[in-house]
Design a protein around this ligand. Sequence first.
Ligand code: MG
Length: 386
Amino acid sequence: MNSRSKQNEALPPDIAVDQNGDLATRIHPEPPHPYRSAFARDGARILHARAFRRLAGKTQVFSRLARNLPGDHSRSRLTHTLEVAQISRTLAAALGLNRELAEALALAHDIGHPPFGHAGEKALDTALRQHGLGFDHNLHALRIVTWFEERYPAWRGLNLTLAVREGIVKHSRDYSSATHPELAPYFLDLRPPLEAQMIDLADEIAYLTADFDDGLDSGILTVQGVCQHVPLFRRFYDEVTAQYPHALSKQAIYETLNRMLNALVTDLIEEVRNRVAAIGATTLDDIRRAPNRIAALSPAMEAERAAAKSYLYTHFYNSPGMEEEHERAAQVVQGLFAALMADPTLLPADHQSQIPSEGLARTVADYIAGMTDSYIEQLWLRHCQS
Ligand code: MG
């Protein structure tokens, strides 16, 4: 077999999630659509949700507050999500997995993120811990799609398929039924389908390459520094500058990142194929019962990815200017949380009505988690700084 045909080789067809099987069922049964699959409809439901639109105003790395933006084209959580969806479609197509399911899962993967990125998530979690609770963006995403979105007169939530709900819960980590009995319907003792396993890696690949782009563009990272410490980048940068010695700096960087992204995706596709073959899996059930998740980069590429990510942590995410942003994010989130706890009449009526069933702390967290960066800033100025 030549390498080209090997590159196009799909996995055994029964490994892909069946769009007419049990995983395509919904909590409230609905008749099939005449020309759209259940998973295509789920992707559309997520795309049209209010929580999805708010991703445009949420931090990916840089907060969306105008005074903090280093430029006009750094990623928001929405454009990051669209990049993850593009990579997920490519992965699913190359491996013969269910593309529409992979796309729906990618579109939903960050829908539970609060304002101000991971700093906001940490601050919200810290605030909730004082009330014996915690914040987890996967579980919050499940609450959004099963409860908060109110688009249909017949039920609350988006009434998504079981496969999409399971993928939302399990795309990045495993939960145990001992600590999360409410997640029992999601096959907690089994591995998720490959479509869901791939999302976490598509996410990693998307933000790794995008964050070098945004980090270099902002001036926080320098090409010299990155080349010196990140072999994965250096390898392709040397290749590109040898091939195009007169390229503009930004063209050389884009071309380097394109090649890096392609290398990561290609490695992942090949590694998944190898791992599936190694355990002799031919059905989704084999994937579910495998001792570990199958989706992974090869060990050599994984080591390069981890080194690149650790460079980003030290020199970009936790660089001095960014640390200030994180402290400010924590101050805003925790300040507003305290103000709303002290005076719940500041909550909108539809949130106040949740207090009897959800408790005040969870209701306040739900309200804050939905906000964009600029909306929480406005409320913080109004309620905490006047
Ligand atoms: Mg993400």
